[in-house]
Design a protein around this ligand. Structure first.
Ligand SMILES: Cc1cc2nc3c(=O)[nH]c(=O)nc-3n(C[C@H](O)[C@H](O)[C@H](O)COP(=O)(O)O)c2cc1C
Length: 248
């Protein structure tokens, strides 16, 4: 089973949500019986910013702030593939998602600290992470936003993925033709404009590649389990390969 978690970083049900639905549809098409998808939206959720208390280091990764972070963290830990779909905000990722990512990174150091005594280290979790970013304008932050999410994937020991050429280089992107309406991309999806084709083809190929790569990684993990299990950095990955979810 491949669990694909789509995370919508917009506080409304709009263009990011629409592209994410398309991505998850394409993900399921790769292997309908083997792929389970879930769309999680930050809409209506609360993610307070990290307060830098470093208590998560002492509490096996538990965050002292109790809000929607814990729920999304558990889904994130369980997922084989994560596809972020976000609006560009001020040339970057929206604040709610950034708050989640900041807290996730630090709390996972705590969660896995028993694997690496005395060292600040994260496991090579080998989740596949892809990103979709769209904004109101062109040349207005889509690539910066995708880069933020690729950097996040790398920091978390995951594998960033893009879609196919020529529509995608580092992730899928779109713009809403200088219209801030929430349904612009859905309304224009029937149009054969080049920009919409780029958005939809890019989104679809990114999702397909992400699932295919996850299948390849998990199959490889099965074959190489004996070699990998001697190194604690692979323990969470191998747990996913075996269908277990573990805090170890
Ligand atoms: C606070 C804020 C900042 C924004 N900053 C940018 C920006 O830097 N570049 C851009 O192209 N669009 C920007 N936008 C526009 C949104 O990215 C755009 O409307 C997008 O389609 C919203 O996606 P959604 O429908 O998924 O919420 C901004 C919108 C808001 C509310």
């Amino acid at each position: 089973m491949i669990f694909v978690l789509g995370i919508c970083g917009s506080p409304r049900k709009g263009n990011s949500y629409y592209l994410l639905e398309k991505a998850l549809e394409s993900a399921r098409e790769v292997a309908p019986k083997e792929v389970k998808t879930e769309l999680y939206s930050v809409r209506g959720k609360k993610f307070a910013p990290c307060i830098s208390c470093f208590k998560c280091g002492e509490l096996q990764g538990e965050c002292v702030i109790k809000d929607d972070f814990q729920e999304l963290r558990e889904k994130w830990v369980e997922a084989d593939v994560i596809i972020y779909s976000v609006p560009v905000y001020h040339m970057g990722i929206p604040a709610q998602l950034k708050a989640f990512i900041d807290r996730l990174g630090n709390s996972l150091f705590g969660r896995y600290s028993n694997l690496f005594p005395g060292e600040a280290k994260l496991p090579r979790s080998l989740k596949v992470i892809g990103a979709i970013a769209q904004g109101a304008h062109l040349y207005s932050g889509q690539e910066h936003t995708l880069t933020d999410l690729i950097n996040h994937a790398l920091v978390m020991g995951c594998v960033p993925v893009t879609g196919d050429m020529w529509e995608t280089y580092i992730g899928a992107g779109a713009w809403t033709y200088n219209d801030v309406g929430r349904n612009v991309l859905a309304d224009k999806s029937e149009e054969s404009s080049l920009d919409m084709r780029v958005a939809l083809r890019g989104t679809a190929s990114l999702a397909r590649r992400a699932v295919e790569l996850a299948i390849i990684l998990k199959s490889g993990g099965k074959v190489e389990a004996k070699r990998l299990e001697v190194d604690p950095v692979y323990i969470p990955f191998l747990a996913r390969v075996r269908g277990e979810v573990t805090s170890q």
